[in-house]
Design a protein around this ligand. Sequence first.
Ligand code: SAM
Ligand code: SF4
Length: 327
Amino acid sequence: MLIDNHNRKINYVRLAVTDRCNLRCTYCMPAEGINFVHKSKLLSLEELTTLCEILVAQGIDKIRLTGGEPFVRKDLMVLLRNLSKLEGLKDISITTNATLIGPYIDELKTLGIKNINVSLDAVDKDTFKAITRRDNFDVVYNNVMRLIEEGFNVRLNCIALEGQNTQEILPMIQLTKKYDIGVRFLEEMPFNGGSKAFKTILWDYKYILEHIKSEHLDYYKIESEKTSTSVNYKIPGYKGNFGVIPSFSRTFCGTCNRLRISATGDIITCLYGKPVMNLLEIMRGNAVKENVEEAIVNAIGNRAKTGFEAQEKYKGVFDNSMTSIGG
Ligand code: SAM
Ligand code: SF4
């Protein structure tokens, strides 16, 4: 079992499998994209599989594949097949923009994958297009509907973006009336590849909740997992639920149970800090198992207590883009 230097059990890894993406969300990167790394600098399928085997043997029981867009990786399904055979790995989840997932939905179900988070920042087609800078709304929406029909545990992540999509918050909540899904509203963070700098936000979790209250006075708080980053609510009579993730305000650090590994093998022990170590060379060297284990234990033994502490130590962290970190 992995325990950090603040006595927090670490059992969850967010693994980015690529830094590439077929969308260009305004909050994530500039229109022209970022400097995507050369393919040889990305962990290979074999390296990702070996890394996950080692992590699971160390006590990680939940792995979320993210990116970039995980489905732009041609060998993603092979990785998922490999991971589905790992004993001890209780939960394989995916965070995706749902543009390319369609052909794989049946196999994902067969592999026992249940939790799919989809980034959807609008139910209005034009707003979606303006935010993602691509015209993919119909395919994304149809894929979300298929995932729901097939019984996946679907969570929609929607970032509240001042001047772009806040008129979409109430319509997004309406989806939870008919469907047993979760909609999570995130505060925007300045991880956008340096395309936009800001030090404060208007649409923080309190402001989002006030806005929701203007229409739904009767929503009530529901129980969430202790390690959840969201605070969750339900509207009486609605099938699904909604929640807010204070990603800018950072009120959730105390129970943080996660470790991030980027597509280039960077170990990131806090979203608001810089990578503390890189695994690529270790993965390509000798004594891989022993050296990776040691690197993970060292990284976990030196975690910042909170996101504010991590940010203080590593100024300039916000120059980065979420497509390299994995969200
Ligand atoms: N491409 C996939 C997707 O969009 O779901 C996975 C990668 S994406 C980088 C992972 C998560 O990061 C998404 O839920 C996205 O909304 C979130 N994200 C990206 N940039 C963000 C920002 N500036 N502030 C808050 N969340 C952000
Ligand atoms: Fe791509 Fe996801 Fe970033 Fe949007 S948030 S540009 S879908 S990686």
